[in-house]
Design a protein around this ligand. Structure first.
Ligand code: ZN
Length: 346
C-alpha cells in the first residue's frame, strides 16, 4: 500500500508518496481502508520539525481521515468490517489525574496521531479503537475525513472553554482556515453577533455564507478599530485566535470588559507583545485550548453528520500531490479544508 511520508524534516521537497507494508491491527486496533484524509496545520509543523519532537522515520503525517473498516483486533467491540469511520486524533493515557477527571486533551502523556505518532495520510491505516468515531452512511467521504480535528478544536474553544452564551458576540480571526471556518459556524449556531477576519474579498464572502454577520479584511483595515466602531466602543465578548503574532494585541484590544480570548495556536508566532495593563484593567481572561475530549468530539461531529455544520472543501487532491496540499496551507490559498484521496480512489 502507499502512504504520504518523509524520511527527514524540511521543506515540501521531503514529501514523497511511497510504498509501505500493509498494516495489521493490534488487539485494540482497527484496520481502515482510507477514502479521504484532510490536512491541518499540524502536518506542516510535523514536516518542518519542532523542538522536542522526535519522530520515527520515515514518518507518515496526517491527523484526519475517514474510510471503511477492513478488519479488527480481537479486543475491538465497537466496530466491524464494513463500518464507516472517521479518525479522532488525540491519544490519551486514561490513567493520569486529568484523564481520570475526563479531561483527555489535558492528559500529561497526550499525543496526536500524525504529530507525535504515525499518521493517517495513507491508503490503509491501523488506528486504536478509541480513536475512531462512527460515520453514518450517506455522509460524503470529503466531509467525514475533514471535520474531526478542526470542529472538535473549535467546539472546545467556544463551548467548553469560553462558555459561549447566545448573547455573546464573537470575533473569529483567520476565518478561511480550518479552525477559523469551523469556529464561525459554531459561533453562529451557539452565540450572538459573529465577526470574522480574512485576507480577501472572496474569503470574506465565504465567511459570511457560513454565518459571519460582519466581515473585515485585516490586510486593509485595523480590525480592532473596526470592532470598536461596530460595537459603540464596547468590543466583543469572545475572540477566537489561532494566529497570535502581531495580531495578538489587536485581539486583546477587540475585547469588551470581562471578555475572553481563547487560543489554540500561534501560526504567526508564539511570543507576541502583550499589554498586561489591558488584561487586568479590563478584567480579561486568556484561555488556552487544545483538541477536545471524546465527548466533545462526539457532540460536535453529530452536528456535522446531520448537516448543521459543514466543512468547506477547498480542494481535493490525490495523495501523490500531498506537497501541493501543504503548499495550499502554507500560502493560505483558498478557504476551508484541503482533502487528499488515495490515488487508487480517484
Ligand atoms: Zn492521561
Amino acid at each position: 500500500m502507499k502512504a504520504v511520508q518523509f524520511t527527514g524534516h524540511g521543506g515540501r521537497d521531503v514529501i514523497e508518496y511511497g510504498e509501505r507494508p500493509e498494516p495489521t491491527p493490534g488487539p485494540d486496533e482497527v484496520h481502515v481502508d482510507v477514502k479521504a484524509a484532510a490536512l491541518n496545520h499540524l502536518d506542516i509543523w510535523a514536516r518542518r520539525g519542532m523542538p522536542g519532537l522526535n519522530l520515527e522515520m520515515p514518518h507518515v503525517p496526517g491527523s484526519d481521515a475517514a474510510g471503511v473498516v477492513v478488519d479488527t483486533g480481537e479486543e475491538v467491540t465497537r466496530f466491524e468490517a464494513g463500518d464507516h469511520v472517521a479518525v479522532s486524533a488525540g491519544v490519551s493515557c486514561g490513567a493520569c489525574e486529568f484523564c481520570r477527571d475526563g479531561e483527555a486533551s489535558m492528559c500529561v502523556r497526550y499525543q496526536v496521531l500524525g504529530e507525535h505518532l504515525p499518521g493517517v495520510h495513507a491508503e490503509s491505516i491501523t488506528v486504536p479503537e478509541a480513536n475512531l468515531v462512527p460515520v453514518p452512511d450517506g455522509v460524503p467521504w470529503e466531509v467525514a475525513g475533514s471535520a474531526s480535528l478542526v470542529f472538535q478544536t473549535a467546539w472546545r474553544m467556544l463551548v467548553s472553554r469560553a462558555e459561549l452564551s447566545p448573547t455573546d458576540s464573537v470575533l473569529v480571526l483567520g476565518a478561511s482556515g480550518g479552525v477559523g471556518h469551523a469556529a464561525v459556524q459554531i459561533a453562529d449556531h451557539v452565540g450572538g453577533e459573529v465577526y470574522a477576519t480574512a485576507s480577501s474579498e472572496e474569503k470574506l464572502g465565504y465567511a459570511a455564507d457560513l454565518g459571519a454577520d460582519h466581515v473585515i479584511d485585516y490586510t486593509e483595515h485595523d480590525y480592532a478599530a473596526e470592532i470598536r466602531e461596530h460595537t459603540g466602543k464596547r468590543g466583543v465578548d469572545v475572540v477566537v485566535d489561532h494566529i497570535a503574532g502581531e495580531s495578538w494585541s489587536d485581539s486583546l484590544g477587540s475585547l469588551a470588559k470581562g471578555g475572553k480570548l481563547v487560543t489554540c495556536g500561534a501560526t504567526a508566532g508564539g511570543n507576541p507583545h502583550t499589554d498586561v495593563n489591558r488584561i487586568f484593567w479590563n478584567q480579561l481572561s486568556v484561555l488556552g485550548s487544545t483538541m477536545a475530549t471524546p465527548g466533545e468530539a462526539d457532540d460536535v461531529l453529530s452536528l456535522v453528520w446531520d448537516g448543521t455544520f459543514e466543512p468547506q472543501i477547498r480542494e481535493v487532491l490525490p495523495m501523490s500531490e500531498a506537497a501541493r496540499a501543504h503548499e495550499l496551507l502554507e500560502n493560505r490559498e483558498g478557504f476551508g479544508k484541503v482533502v487528499l484521496k488515495p490515488d487508487s480512489e480517484l
